[in-house]
Every structure is written in C-alpha cells, then in structure tokens.
Design a protein around this ligand. Structure first.
Ligand code: FAD
Length: 476
C-alpha cells in the first residue's frame, strides 16, 4: 500500500529554484497551492512584476491531498450559511460556486490542460435520521435558485434518499496545477523558499525568507492555506480545522461523484479505474488517533469489497459562517483561504478575485467573501475553538507511538523512528506554537494536533502553519 495521494502518480511538476537574493516586486504571492497558482495565472499578462514563493514544492500542500471534485453541490454547507445569515446569502454563495466551476472549465479548455476533466453529475445522499428532511430542504433551495435537480442511485452505499446536479466535474488537481504552470513565466516561482516574517512599510511590505533574503512588495497575497501571519486577521477564532482520511482502490465504474449530506462525511469519486473513498472526518484537535481512523476506514473498505492501494489524510479550514475568506485584510495585504473543504473551485475563483483587487477591476464577490467581515460568531464558539486547541495540545502530550523511541537532546525531546534506511530523528515540538507532535504511522509523518502543521519522517515541514523544520541535524 502506498501512503501518499494518488494524484502524485503520473505527473511530474517542474522544479523551481530557491530564492537566493533580495528582490523588489509589485506582487508577492506566499504559497503555491490552488489559491496561489491561480492568482499567479490571473496576473500573468499584467504589466506587474509578480513572484510566488512556496516553502516546499508547488501543489504539494492541501491541494494534492484533496478528492479533486469541481462541484457546487457542497454537502450541508448551504444550510450552515443560511443559519449564519439567510437564504439570500446562501443563494449568492451558490451563484459564486456555479460561476467558479464554469471558470475552472473555461481555464482548462482555453489552455488545453490535460487534467482528466470529466463532466460527472454530483450526488448528495442521506442515510441517517433527520438527513432526509434536510436533503428535501436542499432540493427546494437549489430549485428556488434555478438549479435542475435530478434523482440519484448507487450500488456502492446504503442511502435513504439521493439528489444530484448535472453540470459538475471531476479532475486531477495536480495535473491542473501543472497545466497552469506551463502557461506562467517559470522565473516567477521560487520553491523551498519560506516566508518567516513580514513588516509593513510605506510602499507595501518587506517579507523575510528563512534564508534571510528580503522581498519588497507593493502587494502581498497570503495563499498559504493556514494563515501563519495571524494579525490583523485573528484567524484562530475565525475558523477551525477538519481532518479526513482518504483511500484509492481499483474499481470498475467511472463517473461517480457522491457525498453524504452531513457529518460524519463520506465522499466518493471515481478516477480512471480507481475509486476514492473519504471518511472519518473529525476536528483536527480531537480524536487524534490516526491509527484508529485508518483501521476504521480499512474495515469499511473491506465491507465494500475494496482493497486500498493508496491511503492518505488531509486537513482543511472550516470557517465559522461557511463562507471563504478572500480579499483584503489590509490596504495592500490580501488573503485567500477558508474553503470549508471546497477549495478546488473556490481556489480558482479566489485567484480571479485577488487578481481583480490588485488590478483594480470590479468583482462582485468582494463583499460576500470579505475576510474582515464580522463573523466571530458568539463568544462561546470562539472559546470552544480555544478549548479545542488546548485539547489538541494535551492529546499531543499524552500520545506516544510504540514505533518510536523518545530521548532528550540538549534539553529538548527528540523522537527516533527506525526503518531499513536507519534512524530518523526529529524534535517533537511543533515550531509554530509548541504543541507536541503526533506520529502518523500510516503516512510516516509528524502531525500537529493543534494547528495541523505536518513534517516528514526526517523533520522537513510539508504543511504549515509552521514554516520551520524539526530536523535533528545528526539525522542518518
Ligand atoms: C480531505 C479533503 C478533501 C478535499 N476534497 C476537495 C474536493 O474534492 N473539491 C474541492 O473543491 N476541495 C476539496 N478540498 C479542499 C481543498 O483541497 C483545499 O481547500 C485547497 O486545496 C486549499 O488550497 P490552498 O491553495 O489554500 O492551500 P495549499 O494547497 O495547502 O497551498 C498553500 C501552500 O502554501 C505553502 N506555504 C505555507 N506557508 C508558507 C510560507 N510561510 N512561505 C511560503 N509558502 C508557504 C504551503 O507549503 C502550500 O503549498 C478537500 C479538502 C480536504 C481536507
């Protein structure tokens, strides 16, 4: 079994060099996932000098670990938005998502991007008490907004009711990123280049890389998924993190795109002769036992007659009100994040919105996605998020893996994992806020139970908010 995303197969992205000098640009984009690369693409023909820096490799953050659905049928998200606001705001979000799917398809077709784009109806199903009534409400909401709703059926899952929409798609996200890159000036991307500090000045911002180079930029776009730079954004109380477990197994049927209406989410899609099956979603801060989740997922797959060839996990940001954060957080500081596990189409749309802001073009979604909107919700919600983070911190302290030995080096705890290649030593504290990391035995990663940073077996940071590694220099 392979312990990484199936999207890493069959595509080799070009490698980009590390930034090795101070530079002055018009726009700096921090992060090379769906949001960052799409923003760069949208600015490619402008007269502005634009640079994107990626702390790891382009596309290898949350984007490569998604299920790659391009759809506006987004489980119970419309219900959440209606509860936070009203029917009208939920309708506006629906319109934005339909437009985002069209934009994605338009970009793919215009640039002839080979990314296994497949028009596939999306279905959402109910199989629990109370879900059927909610599905009927969703159907009414969609029809009220002029969406044609169809009935669905499936042999793969048990369900009480299922509805679908037709004009949605499936694609291979990493091939999409690769296709976009081939339309972008290669000198505008730097990999292995992490921004660790940012200062405001009269002309915009000075951003400092880990290697202590300066990037002076009039505009900065934070496309780093979890916003490392918290202030003035107050992120930790504006969202939370959700982790899920995924698999890809050989399967006979094509054209499948299903999702369960409510939590615990199950999401299924076909890809060539595979089927991807996602389950066991949970708050990143709670239920931190990855082994248990993988074992439950494997059991479920067995009952369906599926034998996983690939297994991996992924974490996304869930916002308090169900709407993304895309736009200005300061005069020249922009952000695109908080996609509630729907960042394929949303990331593509965010690229357009962020570019429109920089180019001073009108964009009708500025108000809807305004990252500075007041959505702190009730104080209770904010406190709960803080409590969850602390519970993640405690889980990290008490969770030891039997496969790992722990020692102390210069007063700091280190963990040692041994395999046929030798010993792999890492520091066990997350550099971001000091939580104790948990060993993910399936993917051989060190995962932060508080804010979802991830590190590989030798301590290299593979996912933020940390922008530091946990490498013990004497690694073999
Ligand atoms: C289980 C799961 C399944 C999903 N499936 C779908 C789906 O089917 N359809 C859908 O629409 N959405 C899906 N999503 C959501 C989607 O994957 C994400 O919302 C989207 O990929 C986020 O893109 P991003 O560009 O914001 O983040 P990323 O892809 O993580 O990109 C951010 C990049 O910034 C870099 N970075 C971070 N900090 C720094 C720094 N300081 N300096 C430089 N670089 C930095 C990171 O290395 C990373 O590469 C899913 C999410 C999950 C969790």
């Amino acid at each position: 079994m392979k312990n990484y995303s199936i999207w890493k197969e069959g595509v080799t992205l070009p490698e980009f060099k590390k930034l090795d000098k101070d530079i002055v640009v018009d726009v700096l984009i921090i992060g090379g996932g769906m949001t960052g690369i799409n923003t760069l693409y949208q600015l490619r023909n402008s007269s502005l000098e634009v640079v994107l820096v990626e702390q790891n490799r382009v596309g290898m953050g949350v984007t490569v670990n998604s299920t790659g659905k391009l759809t506006y049928l987004q489980d119970s998200l419309y219900e959440k938005i209606k509860k936070s606001y009203d029917e009208e705001v939920a309708g506006k979000y629906l319109a934005s998502q339909r437009e985002a799917v069209e934009l994605a398809v338009d970009i793919i077709n215009k640039n002839k991007i080979d990314c296994n784009l497949l028009k596939a109806p999306s279905y959402v199903y109910a199989n629990e008490e109370g879900e059927e009534a909610k599905l009927r409400e969703l159907k009414n909401f969609l029809e009220d907004n002029n969406v044609r709703v169809i009935n669905g059926n499936s042999d793969l899952i048990e369900y009480k009711d299922m509805i679908g929409v037709e004009d949605t798609y499936l694609f291979q996200p990493l091939k999409y990123i690769n296709g976009l890159i081939s339309n972008i000036d290669k000198t505008s991307i730097y990999e292995d280049t992490s921004i660790v500090k940012m200062e405001k000045n009269d002309d915009g911002y000075i951003c400092y890389t880990k290697d202590e180079f300066e990037i002076r930029a009039k505009w900065v776009v934070i496309a780093s998924h979890y916003p490392y730079f918290n202030l003035p954004f107050l992120f930790p109380i504006k969202g939370s993190l959700e982790k899920s477990y995924l698999s890809a197994s050989k399967y006979k049927e094509d054209n499948i795109s299903l999702i369960k209406y409510d939590k615990p989410i199950i999401s299924i899609r076909s890809y060539l002769d595979y089927i991807l099956y996602l389950s066991n979603s949970h708050d990143n801060n709670s239920e931190v036992d990855d082994k248990k989740h993988y074992s439950e997922l494997k059991k479920k797959l067995k009952t369906l007659g599926l034998d996983p060839e690939y297994m991996w996990s992924n974490i996304d940001i869930i916002t308090n009100d169900g709407l993304p954060y895309v736009g200005k957080i300061d005069e020249r500081l922009l952000i695109g994040t908080g996609y509630n596990t729907w960042g394929m189409a949303n990331g593509i749309l965010a690229g357009k919105i962020l570019a429109d802001i920089i180019l001073d073009n009108d964009n009708k979604y500025l108000e809807l996605f305004n990252p500075k909107r007041n959505n702190l919700g009730n104080l209770g919600g904010a406190i709960l998020d803080g409590v969850k983070s602390i519970s993640g911190y405690i889980s990290g302290i008490v969770t030891d893996s039997e496969k790992v030995k722990y020692e102390t080096l210069d007063g700091k705890e280190i963990a040692i994992y041994e395999d046929e290649e030798g010993e792999h030593k890492v520091y066990t504290k997350c550099p971001h806020m000091g939580c104790r990391l948990i060993f993910n035995e399936t993917e051989l990663t060190w995962d932060c139970p508080c804010h979802a940073s991830r590190f590989d077996i030798d301590g290299k940071c593979i996912s933020g908010p940390s922008n530091e590694d946990i490498i013990v220099e004497e690694n073999t």
